[in-house]
Design a protein around this ligand. Structure first.
Ligand code: ADP
Length: 217
């Protein structure tokens, strides 16, 4: 299976789409946001550094992220292919990642850009809730994505929580950080000839079908 990099603004649906593709194809799923939130939960050195930056909508340092990624892509669940959800997010990370792939003899695969309007993404972020136990993503205002029982995870039956960085104020900062630092990757991967673009449709199934077409091409 071709490895996948999702390139997209915050709340475009990378996490949801990744979950669906993992289920269909058995990819390893690497979400740098989830890895960082895990470090925060476990109160590690990395977690302590990351917590305030993430709350302010700023990026965590490239060194920390590269270390997390190199430890993660060599795990056995990534052997047959993996999805990078939230990495690389800066040009420097992309360059370091190319070096890492060379060292490990792995292929870059395909880069899928998910296109979404800022206003739509903001609405999604502010109504996103997740299960603290299994990580499943829900959305209060989407018929398709709301939990069966208000505020509770369908599978774990525990209360759903909102991410600390999903407030309107932090979202705007995250979006600006994305435009300044992540958008240059669009051209970087386009020039390499590995970039594909899909739309963040209102229905996650429509977006999923577009991604499947690219993967099975
Ligand atoms: P979303 O799914 O909304 O895009 P993520 O969960 O991927 O958000 O990321 C949340 C936050 O974690 C980011 O705003 C940033 O502070 C930090 N982060 C995640 N991935 C990276 C990365 N590759 N480089 C730097 N910071 C990152």
């Amino acid at each position: 299976m071709k490895n996948i990099i999702f390139l997209a603004p915050p709340a475009a649906g990378k996490g949801t789409l990744s979950e669906m593709l993992v289920e269909k194809y058995g990819y390893g799923h690497i979400s740098t946001g989830d890895l960082l939130r895990e470090e925060i939960k476990n109160k590690t050195e990395i977690g302590k550094q990351a917590e305030s930056l993430m709350k302010e909508g700023k990026f965590v340092s490239d060194e920390v992220i590269i270390e997390l990624i190199s430890n993660r892509i060599t795990k056995s669940d990534c052997e047959n292919g993996y999805i990078l959800d939230g990495f690389p997010r800066t040009l420097n990370q992309a360059l370091k990642y190319d070096e890492l792939l060379d060292r490990l003899g792995k292929e870059l695969g395909v880069v899928i850009y998910i296109n979404i309007d800022k206003e739509v993404a903001m609405k999604r972020a502010c109504s996103r809730i997740t299960c603290p136990k299994c990580g499943r993503i829900y959305n209060k205002y989407s018929n398709e994505m709301k939990p069966k029982k208000d505020g509770m995870c369908d599978d774990c039956n525990v209360p759903l929580t909102q991410r600390a960085d999903d407030s309107e104020e932090t979202f705007i900062k995250r979006f600006d950080e994305y435009v300044n630092k992540t958008m240059p990757l669009y051209d970087y991967y386009k020039n390499k000839g590995v970039l594909k673009v899909i739309e963040a449709h209102e229905s996650k199934f429509e977006t999923f079908n577009d991604a499947v077409k690219i993967i099975e091409d």
